[in-house]
Design a binder for this molecule. Structure first.
Ligand code: TXA
Ligand code: MG
Length: 314
């Protein structure tokens, strides 16, 4: 088990010694290490059991710091950063040589983001280096949104989890890159497409790529929980399912015993916040399958539906 607490000095000491610390962000918990140290970055890949072709996001306290690690910031990227940082937005920008190739899996861009969480902002401001941090889960599994989720899966491999409570957004950052300075969304996430388009106009969506993905988070069966998820009309699925089933619904109460309702009041933000914890909870229930449905495809609902589809893909 790892120690769980709010001791920033302890986190600073560990990180300075190339050790890893789990950190809270507004989206999900990250498994953080010194982004400029090959030793620390190698530990991140090994603790997560993550293939080295899957690049890491680099976390900075503000846009000024980001400039130290990237060659250029396209106009649209600057507009987005000005408006949404700190916040659930990762920008793919041309990297400077100071960012090790290991971090970007050899790509010439680096995913960079300024998280919105007071403990982590304080930590980033005290450190003389940025933090590489993927979600703090074993590769391919659901991201953690509470310190206990990290402890259950990685607690025997890291020493310290910085406790920032439950992540308020609950779903990973939206990833935006640029091709010929034109914005492309590679991962739907905690910043809605509507908010992005209201700021920089229509953007291209490239979130599905089953062969040779640009971001492995694009792989169809990623973010997979332990239980088999079946996506459709819960009402119909309940009548034809013959094995012991749980229900994950958006708003409706289906009056079955193993059931989680994402948002009784029908808010996608509320649903996003508890989605990953719900998926984890089913893993501990005595059921064979989870019957679930898509949520309204707007705002954070798009990111939720993306994760549900991937979790249900076999
Ligand atoms: O909300 C988040 O983004 C969380 C918190 C901890 O910040 N982090 C996170 O990291 O979700 P991770 O590693 O689980 O997912 C990052 C995704 C991966 O699918 C990776 O392939 C993609 O970002 N990525 C990172 N750098 C990239 C790059 N230069 N080009 C393309 N994709 C990149
Ligand atoms: Mg991840």
């Amino acid at each position: 088990m790892a120690a769980i607490g709010t001791d920033i000095d302890k986190a600073v000491k560990l990180l300075t010694n190339d050790e890893l610390v789990a950190i809270p962000t507004e989206t999900v918990y990250g498994l953080a290490g010194n982004a400029l140290s090959s030793i620390a970055v190698t530990k991140i890949f090994s603790v997560k059991n993550r293939p080295q072709f899957d690049p890491l996001i680099v976390h900075v306290p503000d846009l000024e710091k980001a400039k130290e690690y990237v060659l250029e910031i396209p106009e649209a990227a600057k507009k987005l950063a000005d408006k949404f940082w700190p916040g659930p937005l990762t920008l793919l920008l041309k990297k400077k040589a100071i960012i090790p190739d290991l971090v970007t899996s050899g790509l010439d861009t680096v995913g960079i983001r300024c998280p919105d969480h007071s403990l982590t902002t304080q930590l980033l401001k005290e450190l003389p280096f940025p933090l590489a941090a993927p979600s703090a889960n074993p590769f391919g599994y659901v991201s953690p949104t509470k310190p206990q989720h990290v402890d259950e899966q990685l607690g025997n491999k890291i020493q310290y989890i910085l406790d920032g409570g439950a992540c308020p957004v609950g779903i990973e950052s939206t990833i935006v890159g640029f091709e010929d300075d034109k914005p492309v969304v590679y991962r739907l996430g905690g910043l809605s497409l509507e908010d992005i388009e209201a700021t920089i106009g229509i953007v291209r969506l490239m979130t599905h790529s089953s062969s040779n993905p640009k971001a492995p988070g694009q792989l169809k069966s990623h973010y997979a929980p332990g239980k088999k998820l079946i996506l459709g009309s819960i009402e119909d699925l309940l009548t034809i399912t013959t094995v012991k089933a749980a229900v994950l619904s958006f708003q409706k109460d289906f009056q079955v015993s193993n059931q989680i309702i994402l948002s009784p009041s029908g808010k996608v933000e509320e649903a996003a916040q508890i989605l990953f914890e719900a998926l984890r909870a089913f893993d501990k229930m005595d059921v064979e399958v989870v019957l679930t449905e898509l949520v309204p495809d707007q705002g954070l609902g798009r990111a939720i539906n993306d994760r549900l589809r991937r979790a249900a893909a076999v």
